[in-house]
Ligand binder design. Sequence first.
Ligand code: EPS
Length: 398
Amino acid sequence: MTLRFLTAGESHGPSLTAILDGMPAGLAITPEVINQELARRQKGYGAGGRMKIEKDTVQILGGVLAGETTGAPIALLVQNDDHLKWKGRAIEPMTAPRPGHADLTGAVKYGYKDLRPALERASARETTMRVAVGAICKHFLAQFGILVGGYVSAIGEITADFGDMPYEERFARAEESDVRCPIEPYASQMRAEIEKTIHGKNTLGGVLEIVVLNPPVGLGSFAQWDKRLEAKLAMAVMSVQAIKGVEVGDAFANARLPGTQAHDAMRLSPLPEGEGAGVRAVTRHTNRAGGTEGGVSNGQPIVVRAAMKPIATTLLPQPTVDLASGAESSTRYERSDFCPVPRAVPILEAMVAFVLAEALIEKLGGDSMNEMKPRFESLRKATLDDLQMDNTPHIFWE
Ligand code: EPS
């Protein structure tokens, strides 16, 4: 892997940390670029009480000197303000696992004598560091004109129809909405659903869309299974807490259509002005594939859709087994979000940005922004000039 990261830290421990390894030298970065994304992760209707306690801000502890990356691993730290309330405290035993959480599987797997260690690491608090890492990746991609944005498309039973609203407008409007849905009346209806859920002491899931604009053609590869761009996107997005389903483009809708209706017809059009006017390029009027063909980006917006389950921590008790008493019992109250779907937008953006940054670094090679920028400019495009066929018969396998 040309770019990789690890996170560490417990939800109520002193701090969370991350190391991002492989970011090229010469990228100008400040804590503010990261803090803006961290602030986005803290906002959204349906959040629990923890977000009132935390003011997530990053310390950059390595890999950046005089405001620029050096090519060394980037070390990041975010303090848990809530830790002070937990430090040295006698914590009540936790022995009744929540269905859908990591409590039971964690205890079986690691042999815990109490369920708290599983909760502490499995908690979505960890996504703070994904967003911090993703902020750097987004900023890196932006230097090449590649933008990553997202929004909520469904919460509970409410599914928004965006019509042909341009993606940039969806991103901008989503940021003005506390449920991160770009369009009325759906945003108000989603808000009402979350309000009902909070009063009902329950939780609610939903669907998010993350979109990459202006990706170059040729990221990822069909040459090996683990180089396919969709595969990397699916793994990265599925790795986020409470995400249980991922599709690229209209995957599930396409599964019900005949082939002639499920693909994106290729047409020939001149490139828009400024991008080499007069040059003829292969273009599409639809994007059912969601920006990848054969595991490779095709230059169309990359569209990733993710299903988030209603999170496992409900105020209403759920049937479980108390592992200490050995009797059937009910889950106990734990503070948590009611509907984290709006807050998950920047988290999924971060994971998608990481995958794209890694694929771009692999494609371009080089150790610094100065090496990469001219290489990016000379990447082949889907123009007829860049796609010279020799149009002669070839002998196969001789
Ligand atoms: C979260 C912090 C956690 C949870 C939530 C996300 O804080 P606390 O446990 O102190 O309330 O609110 O975690 C979960 C959804 C979960 O299932 O564990 C955060 O920072 O986003």
